[in-house]
Design a protein around this ligand. Structure first.
Ligand code: NAD
Ligand code: LMR
Length: 327
């Protein structure tokens, strides 16, 4: 199992690479970035876990060397937010970065699982899909927008209400997209069930939707979530790898191209969105089945979903358009 991290020298890339290096399921770990990968790779290579680590820069055909033979490529490359910015403000720079990295995937490891972390995820995933389509290698079952951090936040924040001592015991579908109002936690479908007092629900939902802003504000100009994202990115990547190796019953919300995943068409019909984050059952070839939690939403959540659909459609179109009608 060869894993690649593209953007490996960054705030997310380094701790994510560390977690992948110590994961016994990974045999080979290749780090790609425009800076510092020789140093980060050498540092990680001294850890006494099985994964063999390499690091590449763009020079000397580095992308080809790094990506060739990859089974999974995780992409946290690109600039993060500063206070006052929206994720969409990152589009100008990150759209091109993701496009070019995914071109590299199409060329050097077209069968790899591709996990997009770079923001704005609502647009960068459609960009990736269009690039893969143009290259004739798009497999919707293998392209994922990583929205796990929203799930992790929902688990953590709901515990402040439920009093659960181990927040990770909760399973909460968080669906839609990955920015502000497009993030929709469905607390009514939490397992085990949680009773959230009516006067605390708005604040809880808001904290999940704007958890990213909380970190951006606290870091005060030095970036956005990196450590919690590395945890979330690793948690999702590990599930993809476990499913690829045959483990069954793994379900995790992720942002996918609905028409390409079993069960997705019905969800696309209800949401009007081509791409959507929903709980997806994972299998050896990637996304096995999209699970419809949308129709079970209560009236309060249906209102949240209406706002989500509106914002998300525009973000998706912007990503598709970037590749179809290059600026
Ligand atoms: P960072 O600036 O610390 O790191 C980004 C890395 O990308 C840098 O090392 C940089 O050199 C590298 N890079 C830039 N262009 C590249 C290219 N063409 N090829 C390879 N590498 C390249 O930023 P960060 O804090 O790690 O955040 C990275 C991205 O992840 C941001 O866009 C951020 O908004 C996003 N993010 C997403 C989530 C999520 O939930 N999906 C959560 C947190 C952050
Ligand atoms: C997050 O949710 O923390 C990330 O998307 C980074 C950000 O810009 O908020």
């Amino acid at each position: 199992m060869k894993a690649v991290v593209a953007g490996a020298s960054g705030g997310i890339g380094q701790p994510l690479s560390l977690l992948l290096k110590i994961c016994p399921l990974i045999d080979e770990l290749s780090l790609y970035d425009v800076v510092n990968t020789p140093g980060v790779a050498t540092d990680l290579s001294h850890i006494s876990s099985p994964a063999v680590v390499t690091g590449y820069l763009p020079k000397d055909d580095g992308m080809k060397q790094s990506f060739s033979g990859a089974d999974i490529v995780v992409i946290p490359a690109g600039i993060p937010r500063k206070p006052g910015m929206t994720r969409d403000d990152l589009f100008k720079i990150n759209a091109g970065i993701v496009r070019d990295l995914v071109k590299g995937v199409a060329e050097h490891c077209p069968k790899a699982f591709v996990l997009i972390i770079s923001n704005p995820v609502n647009s960068t995933v459609p960009i990736a899909a269009e690039v893969l389509k143009n290259a004739g290698v798009f497999d919707p079952k293998k392209l994922f927008g990583v929205t796990t951090l929203d799930v992790v936040r929902a688990e953590t924040f709901v515990a402040t209400v439920s009093g659960e001592k181990d927040p990770s015991k909760a399973t909460i579908p968080v669906i839609g997209g990955h920015s502000g109002e497009t993030i929709v936690p469905l607390f009514s479908q939490a397992k085990p069930k949680v009773e959230i007092p009516a006067d605390r629900l708005d604040a809880l939902v808001n904290r999940v939707q704007f958890g990213g802003d909380e970190v951006v504000k606290a870091k005060d100009g030095l970036g956005s979530a990196t450590l919690s994202m590395a945890y979330a990115g690793f948690r999702f990547a590990e599930k993809i790898v476990k499913a690829a190796k045959g483990e069954t019953g793994i379900i995790e919300p992720t942002f996918v191209y609905l028409a390409g995943v079993e069960g997705g068409d019905a969800i696309a019909k209800v949401t009007g969105c081509e791409y959507f984050s929903v709980p997806v059952e994972l299998g050896p070839e990637g996304a096995l089945k999209a699970i419809d939690v949308v129709s079970g939403a209560n009236d309060y959540e249906k209102n949240l979903l209406e706002a989500c659909y509106k914002g998300l459609k525009g973000n998706i179109e912007k990503g598709v358009d970037f590749v179809k009608n290059p600026p």
